[in-house]
Design a protein around this ligand. Structure first.
Ligand code: 2IT
Length: 450
């Protein structure tokens, strides 16, 4: 091999770009991972020789399908459904379904690619996948959502299964949607099986799964601050979303003594310097997850400050936790956070920080935890749900929570150990990418060219 590792990595990134020119989020995710793999590719030439990275950036299978349904006015609507089955080297494809107008193939591929590394980091036997549709659940009735889910599953069911591919929720897919999807799968396949996770507690779901991404983020964050001999006690935290992830993150952060002062959506943000807790948190919990209502309703209900048209990254805080969606925190936001004294940033959403933001944090010495490590508690608990389904039993709340906490601590340790071993101590981004990559790459080597 003549090319240097650096040139080789650039050639893989360039090839991904020229093969699918429009898939910007996918290119961003590939670049972020590939560039941190230099030390491991240097030390393990067999990964290059066997084209592991080239294979990892190419999905094993992509399914794109029509989702026709009839709305409440009797009008036929047509959406586009996706399932990207990215990598099954260490287990069945696993990853959420996203229903949002921003869904396209590039977004699905970036999420599926990230999921491969995230799932490997959990140490549970799960490959990576992602799916969804460009369906906007906002303003849709229950009946419309049900018909949409049934139509979506009528095609998807032939591509999934408890040992093949196990979807779950993501943005726009919560308990209600998983219920309708599961009902339709069961009807068509004539099989009651653990084909989805995030199920209702009465029909195969796991305790703590709804809370897991938010709780797991708080557990990971406490490990990060502990490396500076700090705790979350008395810390001020800015977050962006108020869905499943945001609300349960607030709950656990409050338990650990911190104060969360913002939530928001695409229209603006709410600032509550006293911290969101008690009645306010109870009001907030179902606001998006059940009611799909705007963030401003929260400000109006409690007479809190509403800042129109801005992101929450302008407020003074010790810690920022983007909990909403990709690229929601850019370089300008990052500079503002640094100027306002922010010391830690952990990504509860998938790739919420732009590369410019991540570089700004690195330069300023802000400790930064990447989504694939920080938010892995959600899919880890999905893995625990799969285990319980296979065993046909259910664990207690405490049992699942103890396992979740143990997994988050282990992921934190693994990231730091890999970063140390490969010469970039304290770099969670490189540590997460390297540890996830090595696990999947070794499985791929063992299994031959497939
Ligand atoms: O991004 C994610 O990890 C998820 N949406 C959860 C996936 C899962 O299978 O629980």
């Amino acid at each position: 091999m003549v090319a240097s590792v650096g040139e080789y990595i650039e050639s893989v990134i360039d090839a991904a770009r020229s093969r699918d020119p429009g898939q910007l989020e996918f290119h961003q995710a590939v670049q972020e991972v590939a560039e941190s793999l230099a030390p491991v590719l240097e030390r393990r030439p067999e990964y290059r020789e066997w084209r592991i990275l080239e294979r990892m950036v190419e999905p094993e299978r992509v399914v794109i399908f029509r989702v026709p349904w009839v709305d409440d006015q009797g009008i036929v609507q047509v959406n586009r459904g996706y399932r990207v089955q990215m990598n099954s080297a260490i287990g069945p494809y696993k990853g959420g379904l996203r229903f949002a107008p921003t869904v396209n193939l590039g977004v699905m591929k970036f999420l599926a690619f990230e999921q491969v590394f995230k799932n490997a980091l959990t140490m549970l036997p799960m490959g990576g996948g992602k799916g969804g549709a460009d369906f906007d659940p906002r303003g849709r009735s229950d009946a419309e959502v049900m018909r949409f889910c049934q139509s979506f599953m009528t095609e998807l069911f032939r591509h999934i299964g408890p040992d093949t591919d196990v979807p779950a929720g993501d943005i726009g897919v919560g308990a209600r949607e998983i219920g309708y999807l599961f009902g339709q799968y069961k009807r068509i396949a004539d099989e009651f099986t653990g084909v989805l996770t995030g199920k209702g507690l009465g029909w195969g779901g796991s305790l703590i799964r709804p809370e897991a991404t938010g709780y797991g983020t708080a557990y990971f964050l406490s490990e990060v601050v502990a490396t500076d001999d700090e705790t979350l006690e008395g810390k001020t935290i800015a977050i962006s979303g108020y869905g499943n992830v945001g609300t349960y993150f607030i709950e656990k952060a409050n338990d650990l003594g911190a104060k969360v002062v913002t939530i928001g959506d695409e229209d603006g943000f709410v600032y509550d310097p006293d911290g969101i807790g008690g009645d306010k948190l109870e009001f907030l919990k179902p606001l998006w997850t059940k009611q799909r209502r705007p963030a401003k309703d929260f400000a109006d209900e409690f007479g809190l400050k509403w800042v129109e048209g801005q992101r929450p990254w302008t407020v003074p805080c010790d810690i920022a936790v983007p909990t909403a969606t990709q690229n929601e925190l850019d370089e300008e936001h990052a500079k503002m956070l640094v100027a306002n004294g922010c010391k830690y940033v952990v990504e509860a959403a998938n790739m919420p920080c732009t590369p410019g933001a991540v570089a700004t944090f690195a330069e300023a010495g802000v400790r930064f935890g990447p989504g694939k490590a920080v938010n892995a508690g959600g899919v880890a608990t999905s893995g625990l749900e799969m285990s319980q389904n296979s065993l046909r039993l259910s664990w207690t709340r405490e049992e699942v929570d103890v396992r979740l906490r143990g997994i988050m601590k282990a992921i934190h340790r693994t990231c730091l150990a890999a970063a140390e071993e490969f010469g970039v101590p304290g770099d969670y981004v490189a540590g997460a990418n390297i540890a996830g990559f090595v696990k999947v790459a070794d499985a791929m080597l063992d299994q031959g060219v497939v």
